[in-house]
Structure formats: C-alpha cells, structure tokens
Design a protein around this ligand. Structure first.
Ligand SMILES: NC(=O)c1ccc[n+]([C@@H]2O[C@H](COP(=O)([O-])OP(=O)(O)OC[C@H]3O[C@@H](n4cnc5c(N)ncnc54)[C@H](OP(=O)(O)O)[C@@H]3O)[C@@H](O)[C@H]2O)c1
Length: 293
C-alpha cells in the first residue's frame, strides 16, 4: 500500500457501514485519506463514522452521507450533496450491495437487486463523472464478484418479471458491475480516470444475513472457508492507492491480480447495450438534479 498516494485524497465509499466497505474505510482513513461514508441508516452511519474516526490518521476527515441507494432520487440527492461538499473527488468506491431471495421492487418499480447493485453505481458514477474527471488522476472502483461466473444479462427480462431466483439474480447484477466497468473505462479513455472492478473473495460479513434463518445457517456453515472483512477489503484498498492499479483500465481484479472474467463479462457489445438500457432505466425515473451535474 502506498501511503503517500492516499494522504489528503478524498474518497467516497458506499456500503461503508458494515463488512468490506467499513473495513476498507478504516484502513483508508488510517492511511491518511479523507473518507466520506455513505450509509442508509443514520444510526449505523454514525457508528461507522466513530469507528473510522477512532483509527484515522491525524488530519484525515471522516464525513457521512445518508442515502438508500435503491432509489434513484436518493442517488441523485447524494450526488448533489457530494458535488456541493467536495471540490475534489479522487476515488469513488461503489461497494454497497445485497442479495434478495424473494423478488422485491424498489420505490421506482425496479427489481431491488438490480436497482441497488447495478443502477445505483451506474447513476452515481455518471452524476459524479465530471468531478472525477476534473480531479484526475482519479479512480472508480466497483465491488463485483466471482458470482458473475455463468451469468448472462437478461436483456429481454431486465426487471426479472418472468423468472426470479435470488442467487441467479445476484449473479446477473455482479456481471453487470463488470460490464459497466469495462464500458466506463472505454468511455474514459484519455481522461486519466481509471475504472476497475474486483472480487473480494468469500467474506464473512453482513452479506446474505437478510434472507432468513436458512441463509443465516448457510452463511455460518461457509465461515470456515470464508475470509474476514479485513482480507476481503485488501484489493479495494490496493485499487484505491497503488500506482500499479492505474497502469491498466477497465480490468477485473482478484487478490490484487488482474483476472479475465467470464466470457459473458468480456462481451463488449453486451457492455455497450447494458450502458444504453441502464441510461434508459435511469432516464425513466424523474431527474431534476442530473442536468445540474
Ligand atoms: N461477502 C461476500 O462474500 C462477498 C463476495 C463477493 C462480493 N461481495 C460484494 O461486496 C459488497 C459489500 O458486501 P459485504 O459483503 O460487505 O456485505 P454487508 O456486510 O452486508 O455490507 C453491505 C453494505 O451495503 C449497504 N447497503 C445495503 N443496502 C443498501 C441500500 N439500499 N442503500 C445503501 N446502502 C445499502 C449496507 O448497509 P446497512 O448497514 O444499512 O445494511 C452495508 O453497509 C457487495 O457489493 C457484495 O455484493 C461480497
């Protein structure tokens, strides 16, 4: 980890109230970064802020934002707050995510896993892109997963109305994270802004603890083969700080090594198509602040 690369850098990290995001926020602040934590619960976000502050390097700031990222209005409000508050944004970390075993829809009428895991990073990144470009060299990091293996984007059933399986849907959204990142990197060519995604490993965190007793038991059984959140956050921290991480763009990383994702995740036509349909899915939901970014 290059500590000098982090000192004074402004990092925004979603899903930083628990798990991988919280562990990363603690390390990044301890190494001198100014960390802005995004959480959906005021109480959990304040608790995380106190934890991160307790170990932060002298002079490092730890600020908070409250947003339920499953709704586009909240993503837009968050982006406006961020643009108003930070003149520079050096690193955006799209990390918040979840799996839902039963189909639910967001306040915008969009299937919840898709809304939270894919559309929130897509929209937040787009809304903050000019600031990231003005802050270049800057970085965009998205927490994906090896769960994408074997998935394909259901372009004919994007809202999962015809069929829904919790893990299958989660896999599609993690594939979407990788395709989004590669298309984003293509669009960022020449801007000195890099975009990477990564797999944190199987991590003991709050993940899949929202799906009832059976899933709680499954996660407990997986514990012996899972890593802790500190280990799970290492690649994120490396992507935020290392000079080596910006020698390429649009790549997928596992344990700080660039890896080829699945063939579906390398499909540049699917990546472009996903970008277009995602733009439409965001345009369909009232936007007053996007034009102002
Ligand atoms: N754990 C694994 O084995 C694993 C493996 C591969 C990839 N991942 C990915 O890693 C990322 C982080 O997950 P984790 O394992 O650290 O799980 P986690 O402990 O459950 O943390 C998830 C974070 O996302 C936040 N979040 C959930 N729904 C939200 C919403 N609607 N609006 C705003 N924030 C919301 C949570 O906030 P609350 O505190 O409010 O719940 C929490 O801070 C996810 O993208 C996940 O897909 C995890």
């Amino acid at each position: 980890m290059n500590e000098h690369a982090l000192r004074g850098r402004q990092i925004l990290i979603t899903g930083a109230t628990n798990g991988i995001g919280l562990a990363a926020a603690e390390v990044l602040a301890a190494r001198g970064a100014n960390v802005a934590i995004v959480g959906r619960s005021e109480a959990r976000t304040k608790t995380a802020q106190a934890l991160v502050r307790a170990g932060a390097a002298p002079g490092a700031t730890v600020s908070t934002h409250i947003a339920d990222l499953s709704t586009q209005a909240a993503v837009r409000k968050l982006a406006s707050e961020v643009l108003a508050r930070y003149e520079k944004l050096d690193v955006l970390v799209n990390n918040a995510g979840a799996m839902y075993m039963s189909r639910q829809v967001s306040a915008d009428g969009i299937e919840l896993t898709w809304a939270l895991n894919h559309l929130a990073p897509f929209l937040l990144t787009k809304l903050l892109l000019d600031r990231l470009k003005a802050s270049a060299p800057s970085r965009i990091i998205t927490t994906a997963s090896d769960a994408h293996l074997g998935a394909a984007i259901p372009f004919d059933d994007l809202n999962a109305e015809r069929s829904y399986r919790g893990f299958g849907r989660y896999k599609e959204t993690k594939l979407a994270n990788i395709l989004f990142t590669s298309e984003l990197a293509r669009r960022l060519d020449g801007s000195n802004v890099t975009a990477h995604s990564f797999h944190p490993g199987l991590v003991t965190s709050g993940f899949n603890r929202n799906n009832g007793l059976l899933m709680d038991v499954a996660m407990l059984l997986l514990r012996p083969i899972s890593r802790n959140v500190q280990k799970g956050a290492e690649t994120l921290e490396w992507l935020a700080a290392s000079p080596d991480a910006v020698s390429t763009n649009g790549r997928y990383f596992v344990d700080m090594q660039a890896r080829l994702p699945s063939p579906e995740a390398q499909d540049s036509a699917a990546a472009r198509r996903l970008w277009e349909v995602s733009e439409a899915q965001c345009a369909n939901v009232g936007s007053s602040s996007e034009s102002g970014s």
